[in-house]
Design a protein around this ligand. Structure first.
Ligand SMILES: *[C@@H]1O[C@H](CO)[C@@H](O)[C@H](O)[C@H]1NC(C)=O
Ligand SMILES: *[C@@H]1O[C@H](CO)[C@@H](O)[C@H](O)[C@H]1NC(C)=O
Ligand SMILES: *[C@@H]1O[C@H](CO)[C@@H](O)[C@H](O)[C@H]1NC(C)=O
Ligand SMILES: *[C@@H]1O[C@H](CO)[C@@H](O)[C@H](O)[C@H]1NC(C)=O
Ligand SMILES: *[C@@H]1O[C@H](CO)[C@@H](O)[C@H](O)[C@H]1NC(C)=O
Length: 586
């Protein structure tokens, strides 16, 4: 009896006045829009203009749906989000044939039956996120075959019934994140070849079997973060030919799934942070030529092969922060063909030293290495230079987290590198000497070191010291005159006996081990603008052909390490990015 009366009243109301607007609502008749947000409604109001196209009932106390919804059968969008709806009832939407967007997110809906959404033949967007759905009937989406967007995120689904997505030929966005799925919904994904965006994050999936994604040839965006994934079948991603984004953060991968990833030829963003990775092998990211963003934060990476990123020539951003067991980087790990690299972040690893040949410093805009236990010796003089010239150069050039770069060696423990004086970064012996010195000699050399330090302290105030890399080197000289032909850099192989500086006397025979800033003045025709070229890869190339760089400043200086012009430090070089070998400037 009651429904009949209500219906009668409703009909009466609509006949008498088609645009009575309840006090708590805002009605815009000209736009056919009504909004009853935060209106403390317990039911769907029935006195609104029945012609309306848009109805917003979000943030009320509506607990269940009745047939009132059907009064507004011209609705195009209906927002029921943030109510306390626990059931959508049966066939309540059957007259809403024009409805395109239905939002039931943030309610307490428990199940969707085959009758719940019956009649929504135009529906394209369905948001059921943040409910309490445990049960979906296989036919739940049977009549909604125009669906393009389906959000089931934040429910309690453990699995999907077999043919659930059977009738969704236009679906492009499917969000199943934050459920309790125990495995890939493989059989359903086979039915949705149109998907572009698939989110399965925050579930309990353990493995990606071979056939689980095998029809998704339109997929661009795949999120598998926060699952329990231990293994990915080698051919699992084989058909994902246009995937550009893959998120595997916080899973249980113990190695890079190289074979699977190598199918993703246009992948540009790869997130593997918080996995249990131990090593990055050679070509770990094989064939990922388009990769631009690689996130490897918070893994357990101990070793990185020098060729780990060889194929990733378009890399722009790499994060390796928080790999606490990472103690060293191979020499040219990110150097070489990484012309697009702009951001390198290595914070909070266990790196005790860094070499300029590991990164393409001239291209970078962000370089973050704070929180590493750095040994502040002459090997990081270059970093000191970078930090100190940073302020003088165009600020936009290179952004370094300099205040977090602290020394961890005994001498400067917990002092910021930036606070050390220019001459403080000492290296007293060559590595050759070190390698020759036996343990028994240490005591004796202690005395000598003290002596050396004393002897050279004065000089170091002005001249930073430099430690030679254990690689072939070339010195680069520029002649001081204005004859353009002669003003080219000349590369001169460094002879074993060549020192960069006037030896400080052969104190007890170890003066040979001194390497200080090369104020070379070999003979009177060569002035001391200098650089040391690392030519590891060019062992056999004739030095004349290297043309490593051209000097920029015409004013070589013998009194300062870096020529001073207009009161500013000025890097007096420029080398052509196309030319690989790195030049170590001292
Ligand atoms: C549904 O409503 C929620 C809460 O108001 C909102 O965040 C969400 O974007 C809406 N969904 C769609 C598909 O518009
Ligand atoms: C699905 O809904 C959740 C929660 O409302 C939201 O955070 C998420 O962005 C939505 N997914 C998509 C693809 O819009
Ligand atoms: C979800 O449903 C279960 C029973 O199906 C119930 O115990 C739980 O309280 C519900 N949670 C919410 C937030 O409604
Ligand atoms: C300095 O930075 C500004 C932007 O901050 C840029 O427009 C300008 O070209 C830069 N100058 C040089 C010499 O790099
Ligand atoms: C500086 O310290 C690092 C880290 O201990 C070491 O590897 C490097 O050889 C040292 N440099 C020199 C020139 O001794």
């Amino acid at each position: 009896m009651a429904p009949v009366i209500i219906l009668f009243v409703i009909t009466l109301t609509t006949v008498i006045s088609s645009d009575l607007c309840p006090a708590s609502c805002r009605c815009e008749d000209e736009h056919l829009r009504a909004s009853c947000v935060f209106a403390s409604l317990d039911v769907v109001p029935y006195q609104l203009n029945p012609e309306i196209h848009h109805l917003d009932l979000s943030n009320n106390r509506i607990a269940s749906l009745q047939h009132e919804v059907g009064l507004y059968n011209n609705l195009v969008s209906l927002d029921l989000s943030s109510n306390i709806i626990h059931t959508l009832g049966y066939e309540n939407f059957q007259w809403l044939e024009n409805l395109i967007t239905l939002n039931v997110s943030n309610n307490a809906v428990r199940n969707i039956t085959k009758k719940s959404l019956k009649g929504l033949i135009s529906l394209r967007n369905l948001d059921l996120s943040n409910n309490n759905i445990t049960d979906l009937e296989e036919q739940s989406f049977h009549s909604t075959n125009k669906l393009e967007y389906l959000n089931l995120s934040g429910n309690s689904l453990m699995s999907l019934p077999e043919g659930l997505l059977n009738n969704l030929p236009s679906i492009i966005i499917l969000d199943l994140s934050r459920n309790s799925l125990l495995e890939m919904p493989s059989s359903n994904l086979l039915l949705t070849p149109t998907l572009i965006n698939l989110n399965l994050a925050n579930n309990l999936i353990e493995t990606i079997p071979p056939d689980s994604l095998s029809t998704l040839s339109s997929l661009k965006h795949l999120n598998l973060a926060n699952n329990l994934i231990k293994s990915i079948a080698d051919n699992a991603f084989q058909r994902l030919k246009i995937l550009t984004y893959l998120n595997l953060e916080e899973n249980r991968l113990s190695e890079i799934p190289t074979p699977a990833l190598s199918n993703l030829n246009v992948l540009s963003i790869l997130i593997l942070s918080k996995n249990r990775l131990v090593a990055l092998e050679s070509l770990a990211f094989r064939k990922l030529l388009e990769l631009q963003y690689l996130d490897l934060r918070g893994c357990r990476i101990r070793t990185i092969d020098g060729r780990a990123f060889t194929d990733n020539v378009n890399l722009e951003t790499i994060y390796l922060d928080g790999n606490r067991e990472l103690e060293e980087l191979p020499p040219k790990v990110l150097y070489g063909s990484y012309q697009n690299l702009r951001t390198v972040s290595l914070r909070h690893c266990s790196l005790s030293t860094l070499q300029p040949t590991q990164f393409p410093l001239d291209h970078l805009t962000t370089f973050r290495v704070g929180g590493n236990p750095l040994v502040c010796n002459c090997s990081v003089q270059w970093l000191w230079n970078v930090i100190h010239t940073d302020g003088h150069r165009n600020v936009s050039h290179l952004n370094v987290d300099s205040s977090d770069i602290l020394c961890a060696d005994e001498e400067f423990y917990s002092k910021p590198l930036i606070a050390l004086s220019e001459g403080a970064l000492k290296c007293r012996m060559s590595s050759l000497y070190l390698s020759l010195s036996a343990v028994g000699c240490l005591v004796a050399t202690g005395t000598i070191l003290g002596l050396i330090a004393y002897v050279t302290r004065g000089k170091r105030q002005k001249r930073p010291s430099y430690s030679p890399p254990n690689r072939p080197e070339l010195l680069v000289y520029v002649e001081p005159n204005n004859d353009t032909a002669k003003n080219q850099p000349r590369l001169i192989p460094r002879k074993e006996e060549d020192l960069y500086d006037i030896p400080h006397g052969k104190t007890n025979g170890i003066a040979e081990g001194f390497y200080e800033a090369p104020y070379c003045n070999r003979n009177n025709s060569i002035e001391g603008v200098y650089a040391v070229a690392d030519v590891t890869d060019l062992r056999d190339a004739p030095p004349e052909e290297l043309g490593l760089y051209r000097m920029h400043s015409p004013k070589p200086s013998r009194t300062r390490r870096l020529p001073v012009s207009n009161g500013d430090y000025n890097y007096d070089y420029e080398y052509r990015p196309s030319q690989k070998p790195h030049v170590v400037f001292v």
